[in-house]
Design a protein. Structure first.
Length: 120
């Protein structure tokens, strides 16, 4: 997963303020720059606009113009790609962990029971 779109998405998500902005937009569906800036202490409209530009260029949000206002909402495609990538990475790790535990249990003579076996 080294394509430019994925790199831009991970780069955009690396910043705490941008992740908070995504969270706000996700909660409210659509927000203007002013509405977003009003929810951050110490972060001005110019800084929020810069963060929004990075999120938009990464494809994580879309911009809708209505007169002099710009409304921002989430898009799912880049985020879906990141989630799928992370799920595949961790799924492989979980499968390897399960195999190692199964092997260790077998080597110990099945003296350890899984939680689901204990509740049965």
């Amino acid at each position: 997963m080294t394509d430019p779109t994925s790199d831009a998405t991970f780069s955009a998500l690396a910043d705490q303020t941008r992740r908070a902005i995504l969270g706000l937009i996700g909660e409210h569906g659509e927000l203007t720059v002013g509405e977003i800036a009003a929810r951050f202490d110490g972060v001005g409209r110019t800084a929020v606009s810069s963060h929004l530009r990075i999120l938009r260029l990464a494809g994580l949000i879309t911009e809708r113009r209505d007169g002099r206002f710009r409304h921002y909402s989430l898009t799912s495609t880049p985020a879906d790609t990141v989630v799928a990538f992370l799920a595949s990475v961790y799924q492989n790790s979980l499968e390897q962990l399960e195999a190692a535990i199964t092997e260790a249990v077998a080597a110990a003579g099945n003296t350890v029971q899984r939680d689901d076996e204990l509740s049965a």
